[in-house]
Structures are given as C-alpha cells and as structure tokens.
Design a protein around this ligand. Structure first.
Ligand SMILES: *Cc1c(COP(=O)(O)O)cnc(C)c1O
Length: 427
C-alpha cells in the first residue's frame, strides 16, 4: 500500500507502520549502518558521505583477485576487463542523470571535471566574458570559476557574477535568476550553478535556467554534487551543455569516489577545444601509440587517464542498487520521507521557522537545513552523543538528509524528538 502525506502522525507506531508499507524499506539491509554504543546510529549525512553498500567489498575484492591472478593481463582477462571497466557503469549512471550513453562518463573527481568542462565551455570573447554562479556556492566551485577567469587573463571580480537572494530571504527565486540572465545578455558566457544548493537544499529549475541561458547565447552547466542520485534529472532533454557530480554523497561510492561528467550530445562530436589524454583517443587505435589524437565520438573523449578500477568497482556496486531500486521509486519515497521530517519538525517546534529549505516538494531533494537559534555547533555535539549523525555549517546551519535507500520513517521520528531536546537544552 502506497504511503501518502495524509498518513502522517506524530507517533512511533505510525512511523513503524509506514516502514512496513514502504516497498523500498528492504534496501536498508543492503547497507552497513555505523553504530553508537552498540546501536545503529541515526545517519542523516548521506548528502555528505553515503553509507557503504554491502556489495562494495566483494566488488572490489573481485578486482584484487583478478590483479593477483592475471597481473597486467587483467586489462583484457579480468572478469570485467579493466580496459572497458568504465563502460560497465555508463548505462546505470546515464539513467541517474537523464543522459544518453554517449553523454555520460565516470572519471576523475568533481572539481577536476569542472575545470575540464570549463576549458571547453568557458570561452570568453569580446563582450561575452561573464560567469554567473549562485552566491555562497560551495567553495571549490567559487575557486574553480575564479581561477578559470584568471587563467584567461581576466579579473575574477569583474567577471564572476553572483546571484543573491532578496534582502531578508534565504532562497533564490527562479524569476530573479532568469531576470539576471536576461540583464547580463550578451555579456554572459557561462552559467555554472549547483543544481541543488549544498547549504539550503534548494533545487533550482534547471530546465528554465538552461532555456534562458541559451536564449541569451550563453553556455549552461551544473554542479550536481547534491543532485545526482537525489532528485529527478533530465539533462539531455533540458539541453544542458555540461554537468559534473561526485559519487560519494547520495551515490554511496565511498570516500573520494570517482566522479561523473555529462556533455550534451550536441557537443560530443564537435570540435570543442579540450584538454586531451590517451584514454580519450579512439579505442581501436589506443594501443597503436600513434602521435595524433583521434577523439572517441562521445563524452569519453574528455577522459585523460586510465581510470582507478577499485573506485569504479565500488561505484558499480552502488549503481546496481540504484538501477534495481529505480530513480523514480526512490524519488517518490524521498518526497514522502522528507515531507515527514518537515511534518515532524513543525509538530515539535510549533512552526517551520527553523527550516530554511523550500517548503515546495519540487524545489528540494532529500535534505532539510535548519537554522539553529542558539549554540548550533553544541546542538550538533549533543546530537552526536545521542547517536545522531548530521552536519553543521557556519554560522548556524544543521543539515539533515533522510535518504530513501537506507533511512526509515522510524529514523526520522526518533531524530526529531532528539533534535527537540537538544535545541531546547541550549535555548
Ligand atoms: C561536495 C561538493 C564538492 C566537492 O568537490 P570534490 O572535487 O569532490 O572534492 C564540490 N562542489 C559541490 C557543490 C559540492 O557539494
């Protein structure tokens, strides 16, 4: 029986019943849940580092075994031959972001991919030099865009434009983003925004932003660190030029896991300038060691090096889970689970004043951010002592992400009662 928001009640019994009725609840058993004093923790940090699928270890062990048994021959003779290994992830990853197979590749890490993409898509020329980014973007993104501007001999302060919420507001309004794009017009070279804001949890209207960006002649890319494996994405249909994301957050590939990269089909066969390496060269001719580069006619042309197989292995383990559970089923549960968290917080605190994440379901993913009135960092410490793992961001934000693969309604129920205690003890 499907669970709906009408079923919400502030009782442990109801939470447990919703878990019983949840068709995805069984996936929780496929993950290792860390413990605190012998009990599973309430883990709400899947937006920062996803938990370990139980299938990750055997998947990595297979590669250790193949290495032991075959040495260098493992490139061709391993159970999953290493020369092709990244291809085994493509279809599942493409489904996660709504791309075609020729548009999606797993390689490098997020910030590296962001730079590689900007080499191709940020081509300042004449009046068209500006990069539009959201204010307070994740620091790595800020450093990346500013350093790209300087790389082209430009003054980053003059070139990088930041979107800011209206005075007294925490969130960006879509209309304001679109107006800004229009104002920048033919000065705008690139829009590069975090599709889901890491701090507020706001999910932006990527389709509308892409359309407007293209209407003024700009390129449009997204950092989907908080989007991939979390919210519905249709990068191909939206016409997004490029996107990059990491896989260790919602995609559960493990610390420092290999990242993803999307380049729209419209660009993969063109002759965009790009930094090149041997793994982007024609697969048939790679081992002929010829001096001139012949690009693979897909996003794989942006690959530089032969990839880290152990990292691909743990990501493959995780992507198999996403493929079986299904992104749309996960999103259905996620909307309900996050709404239940919001419902419980409103019930416990008497209002949603604490919550800075949008109230509209289509404007958020699996995260609520709370502005803690007093002693934010101490609240986090107290939560931890009671077996709750969340995180804290300066100056006073606690972020909690109920992820649909391994969090339960009971987790949410218990979390909110502990949060209430901790906030009240410090106020
Ligand atoms: C997590 C995150 C990153 C991390 O970058 P790495 O290159 O993987 O270290 C970058 N940008 C955003 C928006 C993030 O949330």
């Amino acid at each position: 029986m499907a669970i709906t928001m009408q079923d919400f009640q502030n009782s442990l019994e109801t939470a447990r019943r919703m878990d019983q009725d949840d068709p995805l609840h069984k996936w929780r058993d496929e993950f290792y849940i860390p413990t605190h004093q012998g009990e599973p923790v309430l883990y709400f940090c899947g937006n920062s580092l996803g938990l370990q699928p139980k299938t990750a270890r055997p998947m990595i062990e297979q590669e250790l075994k193949d290495w032991a048994q075959h040495g260098v021959e493992g490139h061709f003779e391993a159970e999953r031959p290493w020369v092709h290994y990244h291809e085994f992830l493509t279809d599942a990853m493409a489904k996660v972001v709504g791309g075609n197979a020729c548009e999606v590749v797993c390689m490098n890490s997020l910030t590296v991919n962001l730079h590689l993409m900007m080499v191709s898509f940020y081509r300042p020329e004449g009046r068209r030099r500006k990069i539009l980014i959201e204010g307070g973007a994740f620091p790595s993104d800020q450093y990346a865009v500013a350093s790209q501007a300087r790389f082209h001999g430009l003054d980053a302060d003059q070139v990088v434009e930041e979107l800011q919420p209206r005075p007294g507001e925490h969130l960006l309004r879509t209309e304001d983003i679109l107006t800004k794009v229009e104002e920048l017009g033919d000065e705008l070279a690139l829009i590069m925004i975090g599709g889901v804001n890491y701090l507020t949890g706001q999910l932006y209207d990527m389709e509308a932003i892409t359309q407007k960006g293209h209407a003024v002649g700009a390129k449009v890319g997204f950092d989907l660190a908080h989007g991939a494996g979390n919210v519905p994405l249709r990068l191909h249909d939206w016409g997004v030029d490029f996107a990059v994301w990491c896989s260790y957050k919602y995609l559960n590939s493990g610390p420092g896991g290999i990242a993803g990269c999307f380049v729209h089909e419209n660009h993969v066969k063109g002759n965009l300038p790009r930094f090149e390496g041997w793994w982007g060269h024609s697969k048939e001719k790679r081992f002929k060691m010829e001096p001139s580069f012949e690009a693979i006619p897909s996003v794989e042309a942006w690959q530089l090096s032969n990839p880290p197989i152990f990292q691909l292995a743990s990501l493959l383990a995780s992507l198999k889970i996403f493929d079986q559970a299904g992104m749309s089923e996960l999103r259905t549960k996620s909307e309900c689970l996050t709404s239940y968290l919001e419902y419980m917080v409103v019930d416990a605190f008497g209002s949603r004043d604490l919550v800075i994440t949008p109230s509209q379901v289509h404007e958020r993913g699996a995260q609520l951010s709370f502005r803690i009135p007093k002693g934010g960092r101490d609240v986090l410490e107290r939560l931890k002592q009671r077996g709750v793992i969340c995180d804290f961001r300066e100056p006073n934000i606690i972020r909690a992400a109920p992820t649909p693969l391994y969090n339960s309604y009971e987790d949410v129920f218990r979390f909110v009662s502990i949060l209430k205690e901790c906030v009240h003890e410090l106020s």
